[in-house]
Design a protein around this ligand. Structure first.
Ligand code: UP5
Ligand code: MG
Length: 190
């Protein structure tokens, strides 16, 4: 993958901050391939893989699946793709994820998007989503928020200290958030 010279952007933010929604729009405008770590893990459960039960239990409990599992899925998806530009959505979620990904793939992100949104707003969005996700109930949502603050925010802090983070106000309407996102990708593509 390092030889393939792939370009990666990490898309981070709390549960329900709008990572997936904005990634879909970035794909349409800027030709990236969207890899949602959560979607890859949910597909793994559906496929009936031997890790499926473990992944399902962890997602229901808002816990972070072992790095090895997630990195394997991301690596496979990147190798199978013709594209060389990827949005990695919802990963890395803790320091161990971050370090393991860099060690295994040799990839350092071009930059990191951080969708910043208040918990009250994210909670409202998740409870209204209605896609039947096993983790969209108030009990699991609270656990996801706690894990985000304790484990995922430090990753964003790490990249911030490297000058790689674009923090975006994600509490605004979808189109307004995307206006800001567009500015960032437009200057990157030049
Ligand atoms: N919506 C979106 N933007 C809006 C806006 N600006 N205004 C109003 N509404 C807006 O959006 C959520 C909802 O809000 C949607 O209904 C949308 O229409 C609306 P979405 O774009 O789906 O937000 P997103 O940030 O993608 O929320 P998601 O729930 O997917 O985030 P999570 O980070 O919680 O979920 P993810 O799928 O990444 O991970 C799930 C679980 O998998 C984790 O908790 C963990 O257990 C496991 N996991 C790992 O273990 N390791 C990983 O690397 C990744 C996941
Ligand atoms: Mg998502």
């Amino acid at each position: 993958l390092a030889e393939k010279k792939v370009k990666v952007v990490f898309v981070l933010g709390g549960p329900g901050s709008g990572k997936g929604t904005q990634c879909t729009k970035i794909v349409e405008h800027f030709g990236f391939t969207h890899l949602s770590a959560g979607d890859l893990l949910r597909a793994e459960i559906k496929s009936g893989s031997e890790n499926g039960t473990m992944i399902q239990t962890m997602i229901k409990d808002g816990k972070i699946v072992p790095s090895e599992v997630t990195i394997n899925l991301l690596q496979k998806a990147m190798l199978e793709s013709e594209n060389d530009k990827f949005l990695i959505d919802g990963f890395p979620r803790n320091e161990e994820n971050r370090a393991a990904f860099e060690n295994v793939t040799g990839i350092v992100p071009e930059f990191v998007l951080f969708f910043d949104c208040a918990e009250k707003e994210m909670e409202k969005r998740l409870l209204n989503r209605n896609e039947g996700r096993v983790d969209d109930n108030i009990g699991t949502i609270r656990k996801r928020f706690k894990v985000f603050v304790e484990s995922s925010l430090p990753v964003i802090e790490y990249y911030n200290s490297k000058g790689k983070v674009h923090k975006i106000d994600a509490a605004k309407p979808v189109e307004e958030v995307f206006e800001t996102v567009k500015t960032i990708f437009s200057s990157f593509n030049k």
